[in-house]
Write a protein that binds this ligand. Sequence first.
Ligand SMILES: *Cc1c(COP(=O)(O)O)cnc(C)c1O
Length: 350
Amino acid sequence: MSIKTIKVAQSRLPQVDFNNLPFGKIFSDHMLVADYIDGAWQPAEIVPFADISVSPSLSALHHAQAIFEGMKAFKNKAGEVIFFRMEDNYNRMNISAERMCMPAIPHEIFVDGLKQLVDLDRDWIPTGEGQALYLRPVMFSSDTAIGVKPSENYKLIIMTMPTGAYYLEPLKVWIETKYSRSALGGTGYAKAAGNYGGAMYPSKLAAQHGYHQLLWTDSINNEAIEESGSMNVMFVFDDVLVTPALHSSMLAGLTRDSILHIARDWGMKVEEREVTVTELLQKYKEGRVKEAFGVGTAANIAHIATIGHKDLVMELPPLSERTFANKMYDHLFAYKRGELTDNYGWLVKI
Ligand SMILES: *Cc1c(COP(=O)(O)O)cnc(C)c1O
């Protein structure tokens, strides 16, 4: 299906400095827009990236029926565009939509739409070390009436942006034991906009003490470690890769899932289970915390250098000793760039 396309009169590409790509600030020439009106998705359109005008009564602004996805496209040496796990992002967007009482997005709008959009802006895909085209679908309720009920109208926009590294230095993370990102039975497993708004205040408090990110704990006992900022978190204890088991207050990351698959195939011992703050402190004292890192699409693998908890500042081993995370970073990046055999069927090429 070919999507109606209105192209820019003049590309902004020549103005972009590909050696300096601040995350999420430089947008490619085009975006995809699709509206859900009167119970039906209308045909998507690809149009020049531009502001949209909304009513002050836009329901999403008041009651936050708003969800998003984060994914990446790459270019291989032959110049083909490669999408990494796009079907999984598509499925997760619809899981988020269901939780937020929003309509499912048709495959031809999301998947076929993305292919056409990225094909059109393929010259925007950067190919430098650590670079990719970041793809950001967002859907929000677009009724122009204030009333707490599911909106009848929705808008989906997919925008894309060339990006480089997300975190430029290893992270200092603070174990958060007062505020929660999400609760059991809440919306933590959905990429719902409100989850991120609610996380900002505790993150700001930690930033005032020099911490980049929080290590979120469960909302009942503040004891089980869940995620790090908006990434999943992994540890290497001795020689075992350990990550918190998923539940409803956690986002099922595709980077997490990809790393677990690859690590198991490398013959690494892998555990998905509860990881408590008490265990982490104990293992640290025993010198058994070899590596800690956040994993997510935007950041790839972000080494954690320091973990703070109350009066204790845990300094983890130097990055040069992080054998697993360093090797996995290179492997995953090469995989996404199409330089390895696609053993898991994760790549779509156009
Ligand atoms: C997006 C996200 C992740 C990582 O998911 P990926 O699919 O790996 O990008 C982890 N935690 C939260 C809260 C997220 O929003």
